[in-house]
Design a protein around this ligand. Structure first.
Ligand code: PEP
Ligand code: MN
Length: 344
């Protein structure tokens, strides 16, 4: 159920509804918007009789939710969510780029790349501390040692740190040393991890599972939001198909499809989405053109020596060129909710 408040509703009116909802053992999720607040209700096993809320002060409308989603929808929040990470944003007017190596391999490697990322004016630095690998015999990440490096990078370059939580205990460490919790494709339906991230105060970057439908992906976002964390960023990173010319098939149509349903920001990852360096720039350009709020890009100082995802890592000069091109495209199309019209 969704309770839409009148534009004139006061904080007191909203509080009263929240208390009433909680009093019957349910959870209230007030979402302030530009013109009105709506309150999403979760925790009910079946339909709730909305009539009891209809006549309360400040209530404009009570809507029964018939879709599988409650909190990600435009019905709840018609304005786009802008996720704030310190003084940087994802989903705002600026194209949000998250760049860095696949994994933190050494202090030297991470520092060289971080410097390049900072110089490009990009605000977010990625790099896996823990690597979820297909084979148990390949590089699994530096773990604790990588955190020392990440902390130094954060201090020295002022970059926001994005790294993947492979298990629940990793969320505690990201809360201590990082800025954004990444949930990887392989963990998109790890429900206890989603709930743990949902209890965090940090934004969560949720990658699409490699065989996930749009609905499954959005419901994974609901898991996070139902716990009270509304700062979720969706990341399209391709799905497994019969195609053999690319590691994954980057589903760029998911961007406008999500825009039609959800207020959450969505970014595109052409690195994992293609798995091949020569395809990264063309698909990055397309991702921005299709209206994504940002990109995730893997870049390495020596791609041929990278310990993971070597084939898809851009060189430093390829990266610099890509940033210039995607910014030009973004300037052309603007940052409106659909990414389709030119700025006025
Ligand atoms: C990554 O971002 O390094 C990663 C492992 O991505 P994905 O979960 O999309 O495979
Ligand atoms: Mn990678």
């Amino acid at each position: 159920m969704l309770i839409v408040m009148k534009p004139s509703a006061t904080a007191r009116d909203i509080d009263a509804i929240v208390r009433l909802v909680e009093g019957i053992g349910l959870r209230a999720h007030p979402m302030p918007g530009a013109t009105r607040t709506a309150i999403g209700i979760t925790g009910n096993q079946g339909p709730i009789d909305g009539r009891r809320f209809e006549n309360l002060p400040g209530v404009a409308e009570v809507i029964r939710v018939t879709k599988p989603y409650k909190l990600i929808t435009l019905d709840l929040r018609p304005d786009k969510t802008v996720v704030r990470v310190g003084d940087a944003t994802i989903g705002g007017s600026e194209l949000a780029i998250i760049a860095g190596p696949c994994a933190i391999e050494s202090r030297e490697q991470a520092f060289v790349v971080a410097k390049v990322v900072q110089k490009s004016g990009v605000r977010f630095f990625r790099g896996c501390v823990w690597k979820p690998r297909t084979s148990p015999y390949t590089f699994q990440g530096l773990g604790a040692k990588a955190w020392e490096i990440m902390t130094a990078i954060r201090d020295e370059f002022g970059l926001k740190i994005v790294t993947e939580a492979v298990e629940e205990s990793h969320v505690d460490l990201i809360e201590k040393y990082g800025d954004v919790i990444q949930i990887g494709a392989r963990n998109m339906q790890n429900f206890s991890l989603l709930k743990r991230a949902g209890r965090s105060k940090l934004p969560v970057l949720l990658k699409r599972g490699m065989a996930a439908t749009l609905e499954e992906w959005l419901l994974a976002a609901e898991y996070i939001m139902a716990e009270g964390n509304y700062n979720v960023i969706l990341c399209e990173r391709g799905v497994r198909t019969f195609a053999q010319h690319t590691r994954n098939t980057l589903d760029l149509a998911s961007v406008p499809a999500i825009r039609r349903i959800s207020h959450l920001p969505v970014i595109v990852d052409p690195s994992h989405g293609t798995g091949t360096a020569y395809m990264v720039t063309p698909l990055a350009r397309s991702g921005v053109a299709v209206g994504a709020d940002g990109l995730m890009i893997e870049v390495h100082n020596q791609p041929e020596l990278a310990l993971s995802d070597s084939a898809q890592a851009l060189t430093i000069s390829e990266y610099a060129q890509l940033i210039e091109e995607v910014r030009a495209i973004r300037n052309l199309i603007g940052s409106d909710a659909h990414g389709m019209s030119k700025p006025t």
